[in-house]
Each structure stands twice: as C-alpha cells, then as structure tokens.
Design a protein around this ligand. Structure first.
Ligand code: KIV
Length: 268
C-alpha cells in the first residue's frame, strides 16, 4: 500500500474522517504503530521527558531530534503502510529564519515528512519560507511546552474570550502563511471546535476534546507507563490484557470512531 502522505491526511479532513497520531522515538515502536493503523508518527521533543528523564522539553537538542527521526524513519519503512512522520524542531532552534531553515533541513534529511514548531503569529515568515522550499509545517498552538516558563506551568490555554479569539486568529493567519496542519494542546473543546471549523487544514488535538480532525497522545502515556502525574486528557489503552500492538490499534480505532476522547478527557 502506498505510504500515508500529506494529501491522504488532507483528504481525510475533507471527508470528515478522523485520523490518529502517536509519538514514536524508535524503529520498533514506529513500525508497530504504523502497522496498527496509526496514520502519523510524531517524533516529539517529549522524548526529553519520557526517554531522557528531563523535567521539560527544553534540554532536547537538534542532534537528538535528528537521531530519533532517523530511527523512526527506518522502522516506519518496514511497516505495511508507512505512516506520515512529523518531527518537532526543539527549543530555540527556529528563532530566526536562518536557524529555522537549517533545523528543518536537518530533520527532513533524517526522514521527517513535516516539521512541527510551537508559537503563534510570529511563526508566519518561517512557515512561508519553509512552504516555498517544499517543507510541510504543523503549527503547535495552545499549551506550547517549550514556553512553559513563560506560561507559568502546564496550564489550559484560551479559557478567556480574548485569548480564545486570539488563538483562532493565529490559527487562521498561520494557515494563510502556508501551514499544513495545526496542533492544539490543552484548550477548551469549544475553542478547538472553532479552530477546526475556521481552517481548511487538518487540526490535531491533545487535551482539546473530540471535535478536532485528529488526536495525538504521547506513547508512554497511552501505554500506562507514566508513573508520575497523568494528565486528564490521557487514556490508558494498555488494559484488558492487550499487547502493545493491540493497545495501539484500540487507540487508533477509538480516535477514528470519535469515541476517544470522551467528556472525561476534555476541558470544558
Ligand atoms: O512533543 C510532543 O510529544 C508533543 C505532543 C505533546 C503533542 O508535542
């Protein structure tokens, strides 16, 4: 079967079919996830926390993102239907156009199909430049973990009317600038619905309710391996004696059916 690509994912949005995204950091889990029907693998800088034991994503380097992207790309290649790989550009690796372009080149050459960057309107020039050079971009809005120190913690964003309106405007501006996807983290479900309706590109949610076009979870969280604080939006799929692959498939199936996330996982 032909690999999943940006066009396949855009077509799913047009057909109002949901798709599943899961973080992956190595070859084995990448292949398992793709073979379980997960359409997109996110090489997230969450690897700083779940693999490296850091307190935040800030210490993660570009070299580490390149290394893990290459691992994921090799495993994904062995899947029956390879998934679409997106990779986070890490903290402070895209502050200027030149830096952003060089960082994007590094992860794309390692095997990513898209880069993900955190921020709002200030990202527009970089997104346009990358789009002109053939690099798909996902803009991460809402709770942006690289800005945890500025945000004062991992808190739900966009609760006030003004902040919600600003987020909708930012999403529309970034889509106009050439972004191919939006990722919304920890925002009220009603706001996620507004963004999803406002842009023609796919919107992925995490802690954003089930109105978005797709969902993403951190793999360790959905396998129940997170022994510390488990966020409200996480569901453990590694239950009922399932294997890892069955847990991945259960997650993909529930996302596609629209049954995950349910009300207990969302912010009203
Ligand atoms: O780094 C990551 O895994 C992410 C998800 C939390 C969306 O950005």
């Amino acid at each position: 079967m032909s690999p999943i690509n940006l066009r396949s994912l855009q077509a799913l949005k047009s057909q109002q079919q949901k798709f599943a995204v899961l973080t992956a950091y190595d070859a084995t889990f990448a292949q398992l996830a793709a073979d379980a029907g997960i359409e997109s693998l996110l090489v997230g800088d969450s690897l700083g926390m779940v693999l490296q034991g850091q307190q935040s994503t800030l210490p993660v380097t570009l070299e580490e993102m390149v290394y893990h992207t290459a691992c994921v790309a090799r495993g994904n290649q062995r899947a029956q239907r390879p998934a679409f790989i997106m990779t986070d550009l890490p903290f402070m690796s895209y502050g200027t156009l030149e830096q952003g372009i060089a960082s994007a080149r590094a992860v794309m050459q390692a095997g990513a199909h898209m880069v993900k960057i955190e921020g709002d309107e200030w990202l527009a020039p970089l997104i346009t430049s990358l789009a002109q050079q053939g690099v798909p971009v996902c803009a991460h809005l809402g709770l942006t973990p690289q800005a945890v120190n500025k945000l004062g913690g991992y808190r739900v964003q966009g609760r006030e009317q003004q902040a919600a309106d600003a987020l909708v405007n930012a999403a529309m501006e970034l889509a106009d600038a050439g972004a191919d996807m939006i990722l919304l983290e920890c925002v009220p479900s009603s706001l996620a619905r507004r963004v999803t309706d406002a842009v023609a590109i796919p919107v992925i949610g995490i802690g954003a309710g089930n109105a978005t076009d797709a969902q993403v979870l951190v793999m360790h969280d959905m396998l129940g391996l997170n022994s510390q604080h488990v966020p409200k939006f996480v569901k453990n799929f590694m239950t009922d004696g399932r294997t890892v692959q069955q847990a991945f498939k259960a997650y993909a199936d529930e996302v596609k059916a629209g049954t995950f996330p349910s009300a207990e996982h969302e912010f009203a």
